[in-house]
Design a binder for this molecule. Structure first.
Ligand code: PPE
Length: 305
């Protein structure tokens, strides 16, 4: 990965190579971390963070679910992110805020361990490859299911949930795909290892509901809004696996993946096996907003300075 100069740790700016924690920190043993992922894009008015307040809100929600109190206000976190981007001199970066149970005592009960906060920023290119945005990616349906809703709450963006994501991703890569789509424990379509999923079918846009073990994606929410602007009917509904094979278009959304078309599922071509017209139009609207080229009607951009 491309190193930056500084990382924010518990209110201090430390050198990238010195941003270390103790090996007996609670998080390392029991996965007790909650995190976010945002992107900052270059615009004509300087670098702008996409949906900063919504990401910070989701971080607080994730921590609330796990009874973790963040020792900073949301305003302090937002300010720290902006300061960090400026200090590192970045225009275009990925932002990773992380809240975790630190070093004090081992044992499952986290209550004795401090709640530590770190924020890192670095340059991160196209998540699923350079070509993916135009040509789409080949994916499979994973043999792994997403965790059941009453096991690891999927609405919390917890580090531990990504053990499930890793199984999905590794299997997909080993089998020659770029990504895997997981079903939920009832057999309905859930999401990719790190992306939400949309289906275009007969001119309507379908996406799994919150109860299908998905992360409530902020890109997902943005796409639902942009689809509404285009006059598309959007339905959050349970999606049977076979709809993936007969969809007109399919695409992933996520901060890292942005809007990435899917060109095949289990080697069955999706539509014309490339980027479909509705996907393309949604992509264009999305990229126009994040880059400040389209009017920021919803107040989604926060300028760094
Ligand atoms: N589902 C999962 C499981 C997920 O991890 C992400 C984001 C999404 C959906 C989309 O959410 P949003 O970014 O709010 O639209 N995954 C983040 C982490 C990726 C990583 O490899 O790390 C991301 O895209 O930043």
């Amino acid at each position: 990965m491309e190193k930056s100069a500084k990382i924010w740790m518990n209110g201090k700016l430390v050198d990238w190579d010195d941003a270390k924690i103790h090996v007996l920190s609670h998080v390392i043993h029991y996965g007790s971390s909650l995190f976010e992922g945002l992107r900052c894009y270059p615009t004509a008015k300087g670098p702008a963070i996409f949906r900063l307040k919504d990401h910070t809100k989701r971080l607080y929600n994730s921590c609330k679910i796990y009874r973790m109190e963040i020792p900073y206000s949301p305003q302090e976190i937002d300010q720290a992110i902006r300061q960090l981007i400026t200090v590192n001199g970045l225009k275009d970066c990925y932002i990773r805020p992380l809240v975790y149970r630190g070093y004090q005592a081992l044992g499952v009960d986290p209550s004795k361990c401090p709640v530590d906060v770190a924020i890192a920023v670095w340059r991160w290119g196209k998540y699923l490859g350079q070509e993916a945005i135009e040509k789409g990616v080949p994916v499979c349906v994973s043999s792994w299911s997403r965790m059941a809703q009453n096991t690891f709450p999927p609405m919390a963006k917890a580090g531990a949930n990504y053990m499930n994501s890793q199984l999905i991703k590794m299997e997909a890569l080993m089998d020659g795909y770029v990504e895997g789509i997981a079903l939920d424990v009832s057999g309905y379509v859930s999401e990719g290892s790190a992306e939400n999923l949309f289906i275009v079918l007969d001119g309507a846009l379908l996406t799994p509901p919150l109860g299908a073990s998905i992360l409530p994606g902020i890109t997902r929410d943005s796409i639902i809004t942009l689809a509404g602007e285009m006059g598309l009917e959007v339905r959050e509904q349970l999606i049977p696996r076979e709809l993936l094979y007969i969809a007109d278009e399919l695409f992933f959304t996520g901060t890292a993946a942005e809007v990435t078309p899917i060109r095949s599922v289990d080697k069955i071509p999706v539509g014309s096996a490339g980027r479909g017209p509705i996907t393309k139009e949604l992509q264009e609207r999305y990229f126009a907003i994040v880059s400040g080229k389209a009017e920021d009607k919803y107040g989604w951009l926060t300028h760094v300075s």
